[in-house]
Design a protein around this ligand. Sequence first.
Ligand code: ATP
Ligand code: MG
Length: 489
Amino acid sequence: MSSRARYPPPGMEGGRGSYGGINPNPFHPRNPTQNDMTRGPAPGNMNHQTFHNPQQQQWLRRTQFPPPDLTVHEVEKVIQSEAVDSSLQDWKARLKLPPTDTRYKTEDVTATKGNEFEDYFLKRELLMGIYEKGFERPSPIQEESIPIALTGSDILARAKNGTGKTAAFCIPALEKIDQDNNVIQVVILVPTRELALQTSQVCKELGKHLKIQVMVTTGGTSLKDDIMRLHQPVHLLVGTPGRILDLTKKGVCVLKDCSMLVMDEADKLLSPEFQPSVEQLIHFMPSKRQILMFSATFPVTVKDFKDRYLQKPYTINLMDELTLKGITQYYAFVEERQKVHCLNTLFSKLQINQSIIFCNSVNRVELLAKKITEIGYSCFYIHAKMLQNHRNRVFHDFRNGACRNLVCTDLFTRGIDIQAVNVVINFDFPKNSETYLHRVGRSGRFGHLGLAVNLITYEDRFNLYRIEQELGTEIKQIPPQIDQAIYCR
Ligand SMILES: Nc1ncnc2c1ncn2[C@@H]1O[C@H](COP(=O)(O)OP(=O)(O)OP(=O)(O)O)[C@@H](O)[C@H]1O
Ligand SMILES: [Mg+2]
């Protein structure tokens, strides 16, 4: 089979082992017919259209004002307000905005109340970081949680995958930090090292124009380096619970002034693997602290923790339905020994920009990655038993589009945000509905379209049925042809 037949790409040179066709920057869509569903002009567009030449605009207005019947006092007021106006225009005009993402977006992110980031009276430097990250307006979860978090209230927030929970807690955290007070003021806990790296990167980007020191600390890296780093100012610490607890117990990480704790993927952080560390950490914090819990899934087990540690929490639940509107889900009935063949067919038929392929064990990840290479496709793989340096490289390179397919365990199930992923394949079907939801949520980020394909064996059939029921969703049998419009726009 020719490599081109495997990845038949309009405007793409993809192919077996070739990386040329991957679109690592989805803001430059491959498909020129994409539909723009954004709501009104981007801040950048506003700048270009309205404020393109501020001097000229100002001159035009000055020649029109003041009308002859204004008093001297009124004239002064007009001039003052124009000065404020022009300084506002100046900072907006100086923003370095990324290209607008013109891909189709679903109501999961577009059904907002119409707030603007400026409505929250954020520091100008923070607003600059937000706009320069390409965020035009807050998403629904951001509209709900930013103002509440700014009031200091505890929050338990549930919103769908990829709808912007990270910024929903990072923005208030960055706003509340006093950059002149060199103590740890916010801790963001996440369950995996890769998610910690990704989240700290988001904090750094949003806080680019602030003088806030962000540190990331996780297992698998040198403890000594972290200890040295903590002797320098740190305002915001992002990390995994075990390492942060370790540093805190040693007395190098001081949390007595830490007034905000964010638990991202909170339900995972309350699994037996993490909960004891999380609870110990809380005891190092002041009693008057704010706790923000975020996830797309909150099983009932979270209630006990909530009752013990949160004070009159404000509950946000934006999940009237559980699955994303932009993701189409299919299953294919196969025998175990046919799975690789089936994957081969999917590779040849689907228009994959980037894919994540999930297996249920480390061993199966390695075996499958080998098989995929043998049948002539390129893939990376990642799992928790690999050395951290190697994991970092794979994560970094896959994110940058160096390879089309990534085979992984549930290490990448939660929180990982790679905008170019439009296909998720459950090579092994997951055991529970939370895992399923988070896995398929790796595609269709920020309301974009995506495809989830589940390979189902005879043994999986009851799980498939149960997960469908629990999520109230339909997983359809895969048709012989899949319309590209449902996952490539
Ligand atoms: N207001 C916004 N405007 C445009 N893009 C945004 C906005 N907020 C977030 N995004 C983008 O949406 C993507 C998904 O955001 P994020 O990773 O925070 O989702 P999430 O809700 O945490 O998902 P998950 O449940 O999978 O962890 C990111 O690429 C982020 O940059
Ligand atoms: Mg997240």
